[in-house]
Design a binder for this molecule. Structure first.
Ligand SMILES: CC(C)(COP(=O)(O)OP(=O)(O)OC[C@H]1O[C@@H](n2cnc3c(N)ncnc32)[C@H](O)[C@@H]1OP(=O)(O)O)[C@@H](O)C(=O)NCCC(=O)NCCS
Length: 157
């Protein structure tokens, strides 16, 4: 990837594509919890940022981050399989981290399936530390790995 992908805030019209991508890439084999209505609510929620990358009109990546006072929680992040390992996930996560920092958050938390080596390696590479294992976290019995990253204080005025 030679240039940064075009990250922007999602609009309600993005919800169907985001929900479909969540089902395909994150919730496959699990109950589909991020359906279009839930995604649309997240897009409208002032305490949540839903960010997307579209290329040639098609959804390529999205991330959903919730702001909970000092903590931000990265609920979902995915990059279309054909575009993975091109730096889009890194750019999208950095964009979300920047927004969290501006919102006054000092820590970002995220949880990944323990068997999702790609995601854990990705988060480790981007400065996230594994802090706990949650036994049987997912409905198919797989453990979860909790990760977190402390953000540097935003520069003063
Ligand atoms: C995890 C995910 C978001 C990474 O997105 P991506 O755009 O492919 O990641 P990047 O290209 O920005 O990779 C950044 C670095 O992370 C690491 N990384 C990313 N994918 C990796 C993989 N499959 N195996 C090992 N390391 C990986 C590498 O260090 C990579 O740098 P490099 O390519 O220069 O070696 C993507 O694999 C994905 O969407 N997976 C399916 C959904 C998912 O599991 N989401 C996370 C849980 S919610």
């Amino acid at each position: 990837m030679t240039s940064d992908p075009p990250v922007r805030l999602a609009v309600p019209d993005d919800a169907d594509d985001i929900a479909a991508m969540s089902r395909e890439l994150i919730e496959h084999g699990l109950p589909w919890s991020w359906r279009p209505a839930r995604v649309r609510n997240a897009i409208r929620d002032p305490d949540t940022n839903v960010a997307v990358v579209r290329m040639d009109g098609a959804l390529v990546a999205f991330g959903i981050m919730e702001y909970l006072e000092a903590d931000a929680y990265l609920a979902l992040l995915a990059v279309r399989e054909t575009r993975q390992r091109t730096g889009i996930g890194r750019s999208l996560l950095r964009w979300l981290e920047g927004s969290a920092q501006v919102a006054g958050c000092t820590r970002i938390r995220v949880e990944a399936r323990r068997d999702n080596v790609a995601a854990r390696t990705f988060y480790n590479e981007l400065g996230y530390h594994e802090v706990a294992v949650t036994r049987g976290r997912y409905s198919d019995g797989v453990d979860g790995t909790k990760l977190e990253k402390w953000l540097r204080a935003a520069p003063g005025p």
